[in-house]
Unconditional design. Sequence first.
Length: 288
Amino acid sequence: MEHKVELQHLRYVIAVAEHGSFRRAAGTMDIRVSKISRCIRHLEDEIGVGLFIRRPNGVTLTFAGEQFLVRARRVVMELSQAIREAGSAGTGRNGFVRVGLLSSLAAPFPAMLIKIYCAAYPDVRITYSEGGTADHRTALQHHQRDVAFLPHPEKAEGCDSCCLWEEWLFAAMAQDDPLAGQEIVTWDDLRDRHFIFSELPPGPEILADLTERLAGFGFLLKADLLAVYRDTVMRVIANGTDVTVIGEARASVIPPFLAGVGHRTQAANFSFWAGVMPPMPILGRSLL
């Protein structure tokens, strides 16, 4: 049989048992004596047993009341603990945080951000997942990620987001490429070149961004996505005439047989945004 017992009823029972009096319990809880007495009487009627022996000078627990008190205290304690743990997990103070990345944490800023966060919240375990923008956005919406680093604000549509850092884009080409000796490479220098990218993130994201950018310069990007790892793309470039575009962090660890040449044009930076779902705004603020 299902009984309708409210949590507040349990708190009343605990208070009366501790003070041995309805009046003193009501005083500590700042409620009327009639209310606490009525609620406990309703509880006794609901479960079909008396919990207190009422006397002019106070109350004592019945045998059933003593058993009930043990369980009631446990329920209230467990629920209070559950609320504290849920609150801490929701604010990112303990538990775990699931982070989505387009690529490795080569960029200094996100690596520094997470290092600071871990120092501030040592009880948090951070897990990482690499994937594409669409994968991370879907995972955020289904609460399978807590935060994801995504390119451009529109990529985080439907999420709370803020811009965290920007990177210059670099052209990567073979060491003996005619452009490798130039200090500055412009988009117009690359107008007739063929680009290759890994189909793994962030290759598709960079390709989509470049296609949109270069359309503004009046030429169509000639490019292919290869079913290979990013390092393989670099080796293909080293042995041929193709070029690729990589982020500033990636360029800092470019292999010695390739030339990384910075694009210092107006539209040659790539912004990264962090997205979190609105149900976890405190987590977003604490990490971001």
